[in-house]
Write a protein of this length. Structure first.
Length: 319
């Protein structure tokens, strides 16, 4: 009886060991694919930075921000194909309030239509979009005074002060009719290859969901993703959510610093991922253990029967 009980306990221990090993294996693989997901998001944003670096260098060296040159240069980059999620690249000029009428007149001549700055602001420095590419679908952005919103204004000032890239907090982009959370990635432009006077900013507007939805082949297959423009999973700061059904068993949370802005990323395994690490192996282990225990019990019972038969035979011979 003690041997059967020991075998039963060993079967239970094997079940728990196999289940723990399988869970650790699932968590390890999930850690790897979510780390790759973060790398892909960073790579996507960094590719936008490269676009801004190129156009900023071109403007700084040539000093040319004419409409035709700007559009021609940007057309050579093939933004839609090479940089998914990127809506356009703007050039924003720093304009004093008393310079606004002259800027409006110049823009009206260049674009062949009446261009007025909007919306009305009382800021001491106007941050006006004077160039954009592609122009088609973005016509309404020309003349936009981006100083009207604190988030945009703060990001532009940070880019100028640090001479580095600056990501805005989530905003709603003027050219996006869907009203999805968007962002501005900015870089200041200085003349003479960065050593001269401040010229303005190059800015890449993008919609968060457009950037994140296809950043990884594992998204939707192995995990669902929620991104928050905050340090934690704040429901009021959602940038993107891929999940359309109940999530799986594993969850990982990360904070990702991107050009002065902090995003919180929440990864949740999908049922399909969990199914790859189902309970079959632990159940198989305990079933086999129980079968072996049953066989052991039967063998011991059979051994007892043989011993009883042998003792009975010996007694009859003595009689």
């Amino acid at each position: 009886m003690l041997l059967v009980l020991t075998s039963l306990l060993m079967s239970m221990a094997l079940f728990h060991y196999v289940r723990k090993f399988q869970n650790l294996n699932a968590q390890s693989e999930f850690n790897e694919i979510t780390a790759d997901g973060i790398d892909n998001i960073e790579a996507r944003i960094n590719s936008y930075s490269q676009v801004l670096t190129g156009i900023a260098a071109h403007i700084a060296v040539t000093g040319d921000i004419s409409r035709s040159q700007y559009v021609e240069y940007m057309a050579s980059l093939d933004l839609a194909r090479e940089f998914p999620g990127l809506l356009a690249v703007n050039f924003i000029s720093s304009v004093l309030p008393d310079e606004v009428p002259a800027v409006e007149a110049a823009l009206s001549r260049e674009y062949g239509r009446a261009v007025t700055t909007k919306p009305a602001t009382d800021t001491a420095e106007k941050m006006i979009v004077t160039r954009i590419a592609p122009e088609q679908g973005n016509e309404g952005v020309i003349g936009l005074d981006t100083s009207f919103e604190p988030g945009r204004r703060t990001a532009l000032n940070r880019a100028r002060d640090t001479r580095d890239f600056a990501l805005s907090p989530r905003i709603f982009l003027v050219q996006d009719d869907t009203r999805q959370p968007g962002f501005l990635l900015s870089r200041a432009v200085y003349a003479d290859a960065g050593n001269g006077a401040f010229m303005g900013w190059v800015v890449a507007p993008f919609i968060g969901a457009a950037v994140l939805k296809d950043a990884s082949a594992q998204l939707g297959q192995s995990y669902d993703l929620m991104v928050f423009d905050a340090e934690f999973a704040d429901p009021q700061a959602v940038v993107y959510a891929s999940a359309t059904e109940a999530g799986g068993r594993i969850e990982r949370n990360y904070n990702l610093a991107l050009n002065g802005q902090l995003w919180h990323l929440k990864f949740v395994s999908t049922p399909a991922f969990d199914a790859r690490f189902n309970a079959f192996l632990p159940l198989a282990a305990i079933v086999i253990g129980l079968m072996l225990t049953a066989l052991l019990a039967m063998a011991l019972k059979y051994s007892d029967c043989l011993l009883y038969t042998s003792d009975a035979a010996d007694d009859s011979l003595r009689v």
